[in-house]
Design a protein around this ligand. Structure first.
Ligand SMILES: *Cc1c(COP(=O)(O)O)cnc(C)c1O
Length: 392
């Protein structure tokens, strides 16, 4: 069919530059090992931090809910798509996050879009870290609010933005809790101090901290002992929690407002019963099986130390997300392909997901990996890195 030649031209350029990527279908369930193209490889590319995607308790909860309540809900929440279980999950999340209330959206992505687009208008300004997630950037694009972008985790730059925005009605500072491409943690204590000094609101997106940081995986706000001092906490149910969805935990006022104004909440159908009950079960698993998070962090330390010992640059990472920097975009993808040959699935990440010249292979270990699997992965990193001259 004619008409897409201009798109094909761009794709052809990507092919020439070595940055055109095919999707990689898994032939087995998500786990520490997965089968790709008929071969079993070690999985270092998922966000399945605690292995909850296949946890027996979550599987059972999804099966039971599907049997009893069916496969879907047939409506948006505000018309006929709210089941008792949706409100139960929100109560559970609010208690878990130590906030007055919470509201679940279809995904973390739509949560950011829904919250930012609902609560900001031309009288307000949003002040955003330059490395915030795409869903935050898109959420900001949907508002008429003023915009300031501060240098990544740079508190001087944030303070300058706060000083220059005194005449707006509301100033909202927004940051990832854990940065998804670098694995560093936002300096929340300093951000909270500045917000309080300048009377600004704070929104933290804890997608990569949910189930990972804080007591029982409550997130970065709890990790830093800042419960009650951050206005809006966004979390995802799709990563550490192992299922699908996003939520915002905050005051009753904000939640009531979003029920009336949050566009993805108003105009898109609610989660199927299986999803909702599996998420509910996941929170119980976090509370009752703290060993999973301990295991995740033990594995993180072991793997990070191994990569650094091999001579790799892992940047500012302090979490289970460990980038292995190579700089060049085509080299990052070549490195990923070489690792696959040696039995490890770790994705290369390049522009536009990260800045030009900072291409990397990103790894995420999970609680499910055995020490033996991680050692096997380190051996593959050693061989692949030497083959390509990335390490000596
Ligand atoms: C992954 C991610 C999201 C999106 O979450 P989904 O539930 O997968 O839509 C939002 N924010 C950040 C920081 C993320 O890393």
């Amino acid at each position: 069919m004619k008409g897409f030649e201009y798109l094909q031209a761009e794709l052809d350029d990507m092919k020439k530059a070595g940055t055109f990527r095919k999707l990689v279908p898994l032939q087995t369930a998500q786990g520490s090992k997965v089968t790709i193209d008929g071969r079993e490889v070690i999985q270092l590319s998922s966000n399945n931090y605690l292995g909850l995607t296949s946890h027996p308790r979550l599987r059972q909860a999804a099966i039971d809910a599907s049997r009893k309540f069916g496969a879907g809900t047939g409506s948006v929440r505000t018309i006929a798509g709210t089941l008792t279980m949706h409100e139960q999950l929100e109560k559970k999340l609010a208690t878990f996050k130590r906030t007055e209330a919470s509201l679940v959206f279809q995904s973390g992505f739509t949560t950011n879009q829904g919250v930012l687009s609902a609560i900001l208008s031309a009288e307000d300004v949003v002040i955003s870290d330059e490395l915030n997630h795409a869903s935050i950037i898109d959420g900001i694009r949907l508002t008429k609010a003023g915009r300031r972008v501060y240098k990544h985790v740079d508190m001087k730059s944030l303070e300058t933005a706060l000083k220059e925005t005194g005449n707006y009605r509301t100033r909202l500072i927004v940051t990832d809790g854990v940065f998804s491409m670098d694995g560093n943690i936002a300096p929340l204590p300093e951000i909270v101090d500045l917000a309080e000094k300048y009377d600004a609101l704070i929104m933290v997106d804890d997608a990569h901290a949910s189930g990972v940081l804080g007591k029982n995986g409550r997130g970065t706000v709890n990790h830093f002992g800042l419960d009650g001092r951050v206005h809006i906490q966004v979390g995802t149910l799709s990563k550490g929690i192992g299922v699908l969805g996003g939520y915002v935990a905050s005051t009753r006022t904000l939640i009531d407002y979003l029920i009336h104004k949050g566009r993805p909440f108003l105009f898109s159908t609610s989660h199927p019963p299986g999803v909702t009950m599996a998420c509910m079960e996941a929170i119980d698993v976090l509370l009752e099986e703290p060993g999973l998070i301990e295991r995740l962090w033990e594995n993180t330390k072991f793997f990070k130390k191994g990569l650094i010992t091999l001579g790799y640059n892992t940047g500012m990472s302090e979490t289970p997300i460990t980038p292995v920097f190579v700089g060049d975009e085509a080299l990052a993808h070549g490195f990923s392909d070489k690792l696959m040959e040696y039995g490890v699935f770790a994705q290369g990440i390049a522009f536009p997901t990260v800045a030009k010249g900072s291409a990397r292979v990103r790894t995420i270990v999970t609680a499910q990996h055995s020490k033996q699997e991680l050692q096997q992965a380190l051996d593959a990193f050693e061989k692949a890195g030497k083959d390509l001259g990335i390490i000596g």
